[in-house]
Design a protein around this ligand. Structure first.
Ligand SMILES: [Zn+2]
Length: 166
């Protein structure tokens, strides 16, 4: 099955080279693909209104968590379909070293909310052992005992060291 791989490779290669006449940075690629694939989660009416949503700030974390976001979006769509609710993702960011995702649902439903919380918490837990930069297995590290990141040894650099819980 080499043909699909070749097609995908040439598409992403073209996308990186130029998009609307501008050079596209590789980091933007998965974010745009995710938003296009799941517009109901990320591009609902009011997504860029800071009173309703902080998605105007985008996916405020590194590329290593792209796969986690892809899985989360797929799971949220499944929850929306099975429960009949609408789900709006209102903020996605790194906080204290792990992924934090905030959502709103309509209409309100305790059961649907429970299902949404479950898939969001699972994604957040996976981020706690996934390098935010490269996606390989990572762990919580800190710099100056204050700045937290979940990264692998290779991406950590010399300033970061593993957090030891006492
Ligand atoms: Zn890494």
């Amino acid at each position: 099955m080499t043909t699909p791989r070749l097609i995908w490779g040439s598409l992403s290669w073209r996308g990186r080279l130029h998009f609307r006449g501008q050079a596209l940075r590789p980091r933007a690629w998965w974010r745009q693909a995710l938003v296009r694939r799941y517009p109901e989660l990320f591009r609902y009416p009011g997504w860029d209104d800071p009173h309703q949503s902080l998605m105007a700030f985008g996916f405020a974390h590194g590329n290593g968590w792209a796969r986690i976001l892809g899985g989360l979006a797929r799971d949220l769509r499944t929850v929306a379909h099975t429960t009949g609710i609408q789900i709006h993702v209102t903020q996605v960011k790194e906080k204290f070293g792990t992924l934090h995702v905030y959502c709103g649902i309509a209409p309100d439903s305790p059961d649907a909310w429970k299902a949404v919380r479950a898939v969001v918490q699972r994604a957040e837990q996976v981020s706690a052992r996934t390098c935010e930069d490269c996606g390989r297995p990572g762990q919580l590290m800190w710099k100056d005992q204050a700045w937290y990141r979940t990264v692998c040894r290779g991406c950590a650099g010399t300033a970061y060291e593993p957090v030891v819980m006492k």
